[in-house]
Unconditional design. Sequence first.
Length: 346
Amino acid sequence: MIGFSFYLDQTFDNESLQYFKSMKNYGFSEVFTSVHIHEKDSQKYLQTFDKLLKAIQNLNLKLIIDIDKPSLHILHNKLDNLDLILRLDDSFSYDDIVSLSKQTIIALNAGTIDDHDINELKKLDIDFHTLEAWYSQYPHPETGLDLTWIAQKNRWLRKLGFKTQAFVTGNEPYRTPLMAGSPTLERHRNISPFIAAVELDKLNTDGVVIGDPYLELELRKSFDDYFINGYIPLHISNIKIGTPSYLFTKVFHNRKDPARDAIRLTESREMNHRHIGPTNNIERVFGSVTIDNRNYGAYMGEIQIVCRRLPANQNVNVLGTIIESDLKLLSYIDAGSAFKIIRAHS
């Protein structure tokens, strides 16, 4: 599952609605918001919340609310008949969690839940199918979680049967007031939200939410490609004359017996129906996309993506290069992984 965020200090207007529609069209099915209503802002927040609810219901989106006890008391009559997950803060007791779990899905804090919490909830005979585990956002720079730690925590939560969710940054403008991004992992604060999301997926995180209020259109497409359509999009530039058109028409797969030095496009040789002479036999840099020419005999037509610097070879033609911002994605293309090569915008 993939989601995006909207906060009650934002203005919900027609531009917001168009953004919601676009995110829905690109496979985002959840909307996260944080509801901690202070008395001086209560009327403004409640009006914005009503607009948010109307949009969510019209677009058939799931709402996830990070909430405290006083705010839940204020909003309880607005939450009936919603597709809803409540992410509870520390003000709720174990008895509160059990009671609320009989009404809707409850998200516990994945970062802080421990064996003691699990045992206490078991004593109260809670139905664990009504629980999920959501990590926090960390808007304060240098306070995000560690990669190794979250990998270990995910393994523990998975054994207990929890679905997990985590956050990645969006694009500017970031969430106020610190405006430094809102990721779960510190290493994700200053990298592409899409690359961060793929890494969380590889860590067996079940869902990813954009923690900031905005995501650029090209990244929405990438999220749709990966999380909905099931392939990693790789953008290529410096495309050479003679590059076969079929390179851009198919979802390819890395071989199930993956090479050390290159990603080998399993389907590429069978798609080639022409004689390929040697040309552009230059040094192959990391990210070069190549095709074997007639000098390689039966391998003619095999397309590869180079994963380390390799020397020039008279048997291999260079077709182009994966753009720099996509190079990190190559490390996530495992045995049998699906991907598609897309022309980069000039």
